[in-house]
Design a binder for this molecule. Structure first.
Ligand code: GDP
Length: 444
């Protein structure tokens, strides 16, 4: 079946709607050339050559444009594609889109161009998903590593693992199907193979936590008694005056959040000071309740105390609350007095001393891998597939250890292959596809 015949022709504005130098309208599908011929003054196209001319509606010139033709299958979607580059004003772009729609195209759904690229085998699912990652990446490091996925690094890794599993499966199957000619593989051999493949999957999964942190960012809460300098530290880390700083205890009554770009997007949370006190106001009590909650949601806690006063009993009580969590002990106001406690990092939010060291330490604590060394990223859907494949192989390994019938072992091995096929999109349901592409934007 020719997949091109299955789809209608879609169109969308591919650039953000707003005032800009250039706007791009994309058309993909069988009728892309027919449509442009009706509305463009210079429609004699050749591959890899753009045409200059006017978009015309009923004899009226709409805009002076450049049109890029892509002949199937050499296009982003694998179909005939037309890209119209027009002037970037909102109304010009919308007028051209309307005209394209009037002449036979349908408005594309979110991610539909990339979905077609996947369905037309221009890319596998891990590459298609990386397109959304690149578009939505909050930091340049994440965009860079997502680009590696787009170039197929994850795809190749998964294919390598799939081939390893397939080779074992072939040996088992040959032994079962042709018992007179082919000897079944030794159980010890199977155990070793399964172990090696599980190890390879573990290596891919090892980057999962980092991938998730890159994608979702890490939340870092600043905790400590009132007046130790939490808001000052918040401002110093962000280089701004967002949180109100006063010398009256209890001024930060709300939770304040800001994003700090450390390669990883870090959401910094300034909380109300934690303290148990009969005298404190109701508003402040709510703030304190919030700060206890933010302790739970934080990936890392910056526990601040006043170096000039040292750790007192109240500080120790709060420290007790977080002793099992990932935290950094910060002795602030080091300009007034240095803290001797070697576990504490001396800083001065006021003078900025030690703030850069804190940023480095913070980055190490939330993400122990340097972004440049990350080969690829995985998303939670891919991680679920990898875990499924690994669990099936673990079953197969146990069965091989117990010298079970190889027919039975082959069932688990096949399940592992299916899980990887789900990852790459070889085997995928419409529901999953719709879910993946609904996270895209229109026009991509
Ligand atoms: P918070 O209640 O913990 O958020 O504390 P603030 O950030 O509002 O600071 C309380 C007071 O301590 C303010 O007067 C700040 O100027 C002062 N302060 C904060 N950090 C430092 C510091 O590193 N050195 C000195 N000397 N004073 C600081």
């Amino acid at each position: 079946m020719n997949i091109l015949e299955e789809f209608d022709t879609i169109t969308a504005i591919s650039t953000p709607l707003g005032v800009g130098g250039v706007g791009v309208i994309r058309i993909s599908g069988e009728k892309a050339f027919q449509i442009i011929e009706k509305i463009f003054s210079n429609p004699k196209f050749e591959p890899r050559k753009f045409n200059h001319g006017w978009i015309i509606d009923n004899g009226v010139k709409i805009d002076e444009v450049i049109v890029l033709p892509f002949f199937a299958p050499n296009s982003y979607t694998g179909e005939n594609v037309i890209e119209i580059q027009c002037h970037g004003g909102i109304n010009v772009v919308k007028n051209i889109l309307e005209l394209v729609l009037k002449n036979g195209a349908r408005l594309a759904e979110k991610g539909e161009f990339t979905k077609r690229a996947f369905l037309n085998k221009r890319m596998d699912l891990s590459q298609a998903e990386s397109v959304a990652d690149i578009i939505h990446s909050k930091t340049s490091d994440f965009a860079n590593v997502s680009m590696k996925n787009l170039s197929g690094v994850l795809k190749e890794k998964i294919n390598e693992i799939r081939n390893d599993i397939f080779e074992v499966l072939s040996k088992i199957t040959a032994g079962i199907d042709f018992p007179d000619d082919v000897k079944e593989p030794e159980y010890e051999y199977l155990e070793n193979c399964f172990q090696e493949i599980i190890e390879k999957i573990n290596k891919v999964l090892a980057g999962a936590k980092t991938s998730n942190i890159f994608r979702q960012g890490a939340s870092v809460a600043i905790i400590g008694k009132p007046n130790v300098g939490k808001s000052s530290l918040f401002n110093a880390l962000l280089n701004l005056d967002r949180a109100i700083v006063t010398d009256i205890a209890g001024t930060t009554r709300d939770i304040i959040r800001e994003t700090l770009d450390l390669g990883i997007p870090v959401t910094l949370i300034d909380t109300a000071g934690i303290r148990e006190d009969e005298e404190i106001s109701k508003v402040e009590k709510i703030g304190i309740e919030y700060s206890k909650q933010s302790l739970d949601e934080a990936d890392l806690i910056l526990f601040v105390y006043d170096a000039s006063k040292g750790l007192d009993n109240d500080d120790k009580e709060v420290l007790n609350l977080i002793k099992d969590k990932n935290y950094i002990l910060i002795a602030n106001k080091s300009d007034l007095a240095k803290e001797e406690n070697i576990e504490a990092l001396n800083i001065s939010a006021l003078s900025g001393e030690g703030v850069n060291d804190l940023k480095q330490l913070l980055k190490q604590k939330v993400c122990d891998i340097e972004p440049e060394t990350l080969e690829f990223v995985t998303n939670s859907r891919q991680q679920v597939c990898l875990v499924k494949a690994k669990e099936s192989l673990e079953q197969a390994y146990l069965a091989a250890k117990l010298n079970e019938l190889q027919d039975l072992i082959s069932i688990d091995v096949k399940s592992a292959i299916l899980a990887l096929d789900e990852l790459t999109g070889e085997l995928i349901t419409d529901d999953i596809l719709d879910n993946i592409f609904s996270n895209f934007c229109i026009g991509k």
